[in-house]
Design a protein around this ligand. Structure first.
Ligand SMILES: [Ca+2]
Length: 162
């Protein structure tokens, strides 16, 4: 019995020391709610796939992806196009036909963090505080917008492109 108890205590101590010494370990645990994403991801409409990179240049390297999808918008975690980014590749340019042509629900780590946006592909960007274009939207953001404003800052959960 005795050696076992000692052994377990030793393991617990190692875990405690790791959590205290390795910043990454602590951040990963606390970060799920608080820390905004720092990665640069691209979401591909045709496949539903999200790919993440260390730089924005990598995430937006090709104007068209493997399926021919084009960049429609990039969302940023911080104002002034800072922090992590989330670029949407969709199946075509937006048409000015008065309706939302494309819509996506942001993944959990991208909910409630968007602070600036860049529309591409002839699209206007609409931001919604609930999934599935729910709640009172703001937009359209027709041009690069370094600060989406107090109504939708850190509140976006789904995005419409029109
Ligand atoms: Ca933010």
């Amino acid at each position: 019995m005795r050696p076992r108890q000692v052994g377990r205590r030793a393991v617990l101590m190692v875990v405690a020391v790791l959590a205290a010494v390795v910043p990454g370990a602590a951040v990963a645990q606390a970060g799920e709610q608080a820390a905004p994403p720092r990665e640069h991801c691209s979401y591909h409409f045709s496949t539903g796939e999200t790919r993440c990179f260390t730089t924005l240049a990598e995430a937006t390297a090709s104007p068209r992806d493997d399926r021919g999808d084009v960049i429609q918008a990039t969302l940023f975690a911080d104002p002034n196009y800072g922090g992590g980014s989330f670029t949407v590749y969709g199946s075509g340019m937006c048409e000015k036909d008065g309706v939302v042509n494309f819509q996506i629900n942001l993944p959990d780590d991208w909910k409630d963090v968007v602070s600036s946006v860049q529309p591409w592909g002839g699209c206007w960007v609409w931001l919604y505080p609930e999934p599935d274009l729910g709640g009172e939207r703001d937009g359209p953001f027709k041009e690069n917008t370094p600060d989406v404003g107090s109504m939708m800052n850190d509140r976006t959960q789904s995005v419409g492109l029109s």
